[in-house]
Design a protein around this ligand. Structure first.
Ligand code: EPU
Length: 287
């Protein structure tokens, strides 16, 4: 069975927050065959399972996860450029930043918006990661998924519904591969765009402490960060967690924060913003 199995594996080793109790089993599968077998076994034994990427938008509880956490290894880490279609065929386990770098190396544009976006391609596709204006969905040609009900399915972009930080994939569908379209570009312009995106992030986001990026989606017509700042919560601390002093829509792990610390800050921000503005902030972070 082409998999590495880690029992009682602390999830804080696999989340960008560096938070989370143990997974009953953390399993890195090396092939589609292994993934199929593992998912089928979990279904058969009614063991909860979940597929994760690099844990960059994930808050795992301090109690951990009472089932199998699946990570995508070897065969899901390939990235190939197809000259004919001018697109990348990328395994879901490939870090998004590697594809962004590869595109830059080949002077191909379309992924500059994702400079500095953490996580894997699979995770990015599932949540349509991106900026306010652009998401990875804009580049998707097709996505291949595996699910216990339908097996391996390739969906064309037109058959997928996308929203702001959301997609129509079913919860038990694991994204295994996707095709991303790019375009030849002027290398100097490309470099300029990438440097600008990077500089903007460096200036406005807390990049030196563990975090999950934006905690809340931006409500229609306003900014979660701005609203949280306006209710006076910038810099607020609970235990080892803090609403970032740099960007109020980021919660940072300053000092051995627990999931409970982060949750308390999330609830505090939600209730204060609701009281002040009647706006219900929707978390972007998955629990
Ligand atoms: N603002 C404040 N106070 C703060 C933070 C922000 O007043 O503490 C204001 C800013 O001055 C600005 C507005 O809020 O006028 C928006 O802030 P910013 O430009 O930093 O972008 P954002 O809307 O907070 C979005 C994405 C980020 C992405 C950036 C850059 C969401 C929820 N967030 O942030 O995505 O990196 O744009 O493109 O859409 C993520 O989703 O994890 C993420 C980091």
């Amino acid at each position: 069975f082409d998999a590495d199995v880690y029992p009682d594996e602390p999830m804080r080793r696999h989340t960008m927050y560096r938070i989370g109790g143990p997974a009953r089993f953390y399993v890195q599968v090396g092939s589609i065959g292994a993934l199929k077998r593992l998912v089928a076994a979990c279904q058969e034994c009614a063991i909860p399972w979940v597929a994760v990427g690099r844990g960059s938008n994930l808050l795992v509880s301090d109690e951990g996860f009472p089932g199998v956490v699946i990570a995508l290894g070897r065969d899901f880490r390939a990235c190939r450029f197809d000259e004919e279609t001018c697109s990348f065929i990328v395994g879901a386990g490939v870090p998004l930043s590697s594809v962004v770098q590869e595109a830059f190396r080949r002077s191909l544009s379309g992924l500059e918006f994702a400079v500095g976006t953490p996580g894997t391609v699979g995770g990015a596709v599932r949540m349509n990661a991106g900026t306010r204006e652009q998401g990875i969905a804009d580049r998707v040609v097709s996505v291949t998924t595996l699910s216990p009900r339908s097996g391996l399915v390739r969906r064309e972009a037109a058959d997928i519904q996308w929203g702001y930080r959301s997609s129509s994939f079913a919860p038990d569908e694991v994204i295994v591969e996707c095709e991303l379209a790019v375009k030849p570009a002027d290398p100097y312009l490309l470099r300029g765009k990438m440097e600008a995106a990077h500089a903007r992030r460096k200036k406005t986001q807390p990049l030196t402490l563990p975090s999950c990026g934006s905690v809340f989606k931006n409500p229609e017509g306003s900014s979660a960060g701005q609203l949280i700042e306006q209710v006076g919560l910038k810099g607020e601390r609970v235990g080892g967690a803090q609403i970032s002093e740099v960007h109020a829509n980021f919660i940072v792990n300053r000092d051995n924060a627990t999931a409970q610390d982060v949750l308390e800050l999330i609830n505090m921000a939600r209730s204060k913003v609701y009281e002040a503005y009647g706006i219900e902030l929707q978390p972007e972070v998955r629990f």
